[in-house]
Design a protein around this ligand. Structure first.
Ligand code: SF4
Length: 413
């Protein structure tokens, strides 16, 4: 079993013992949040400035964009025009922004860029799932996937928040890649924008108009709540009504259970929550999702119970990867039902997608069905996720590994 990730900390580290008055639970959570945010800062991305000194405007908040305009002697309202062109129209060239006068366009182009990641690889599966490997200015790469709905003209973009991951979940290929750094806001928003470029879905469809890239799942490489600030800022940009304008109802953030950040995520963003559960006992979950040693199942489920906005109309999704003979018994299905009592929940059953060297086998189809039936009979929706994109290195992190292997083999450019 891989060791616990470098960021996971220790139980002792989580609860510093004070000789004086004991700290309250709220104080401990606040301290823990600070520790997590401080750790995230250690893995900060490089500055969003090109070698020639121009700054990338993608990823700035409206206020920051207005401040940039003021800094170059322009009126702050220019920020609204730029926001429209960058996030509503998807334009990357200042010369293609006709509401901005030509001299101003030139001035902007001297100082700024509207960035996009470089597409290192793009693969489209037989089932139309599309996967990109995006490269950033410092050469780091992450994966982004578009998963179209089979029945309708819509689909979800699965975006990454870190290069690598600290958490070493044993079923996850990305967990074999050490954390290199966090992604910046521009890089998180940029994945969605580049995916829309790929499908030509600009300008942003108006409210109520169908969108091909209709949903976002923050479920790619990395643990988003270990890169909370950049992730939250990116999602706020994506949700802004005058830009991309994707509703919070169409965004789901998936966590492996960073309990101290879950409340903040619900309060500030109000996006849907998915929890990588994968086991019903602490003993097994400690092994499969090592973060469980910090935040055991009871604490995790308590955080789910108080997650703002969770309701029967807005259920929390529990992800459960089906590993043959490990976590897929009928007794475990019944225990899962018991644990979820009182939580507006839905359970996504995910047949394990093996990758080279993975220690698990996929559960047998009949076993997955039996498990699903027990959960369903207890009143919880329990869809079985159909494998997508199996022909295109679909396990999260696999395309990045293969691409890097090929580059090493080819030698220096
Ligand atoms: S499942 Fe998520 S949190 Fe766990 S190792 Fe993979 S990317 Fe990291």
């Amino acid at each position: 079993m891989p060791g616990r990730g470098a960021d996971a900390g220790t139980a002792a580290g989580r609860h510093p013992v004070s000789e004086a008055a004991p700290a309250s639970e709220a104080d401990l959570s606040a301290q823990e949040r600070e520790r997590i945010l401080a750790k995230a800062a250690l893995f900060a991305p490089p500055p969003a400035t090109l070698p020639d000194g121009r700054r990338d405007l993608v990823g700035l908040s409206r206020e920051e964009l207005a401040a940039e305009m003021v800094a170059i002697g322009e009126k702050p309202f220019r920020a609204n025009q730029l926001w429209h062109w960058i996030y509503h129209q998807g334009v990357t060239d200042f010369a293609a922004m006709p509401t901005i006068a030509k001299p101003m366009q030139a001035k902007l182009a001297e100082r700024f860029v509207v960035g996009r990641p470089e597409v290192t690889a793009e693969q489209t599966s037989e089932d139309t799932t599309r996967k990109w490997l995006f490269r950033w200015r410092d050469g780091q790469q992450v994966e982004t996937v578009y998963i179209p709905d089979r029945q309708e003209d819509r689909g979800a973009v699965c975006i990454s928040t870190q290069v690598g991951c600290t958490l070493s979940c044993t079923f996850c290929h990305t967990g074999t890649q050490k954390l290199v750094r966090n992604l910046g806001t521009a890089e998180i928003v940029g994945q969605f924008m580049a995916a829309r470029d790929s499908y030509g879905e600009w300008p942003s469809p108006k409210d109520g108009t169908p969108r091909l890239l209709s949903n976002i799942v923050v479920m790619g490489m990395g643990e988003p709540l270990y890169n909370y600030e950049a992730t939250a800022k990116a999602l706020k940009i994506i949700m802004d009504h005058e830009g991309i304008g994707l509703s919070r109802r169409r965004i789901t953030l998936s966590t492996s259970g960073v309990v101290p950040m879950m409340d903040r995520c619900g309060q500030e963003l109000g996006v849907g929550l998915a929890v990588s559960l994968h086991a019903v006992t602490n003993e097994l979950r400690n092994e499969i999702v090592p973060l469980n040693r910090n935040y055991p199942i009871e604490e995790l489920l308590a955080a789910c119970r108080r997650y703002p906005g969770a309701s029967n109309a807005r259920r929390i999704t529990f992800e459960y990867v089906m590993l043959r003979g490990v976590n897929d018994s009928e007794a475990e299905a019944r225990e899962l039902v018991r644990l979820l009592k009182g939580i507006p929940a839905k359970v996504n059953l995910i047949p394990f997608n093996p990758w080279p060297g993975s220690p698990y086998l996929t559960s047998r189809t009949e076993q997955v069905q039996r498990f699903a039936d027990i959960v369903m009979d207890a009143g919880y929706s329990s869809p079985i996720r159909r494998p997508r994109g199996r022909d295109i290195l679909a396990a999260c992190g696999q395309l990045k590994t293969e691409s890097e292997r090929a580059r090493k083999k080819a030698g220096p450019a």
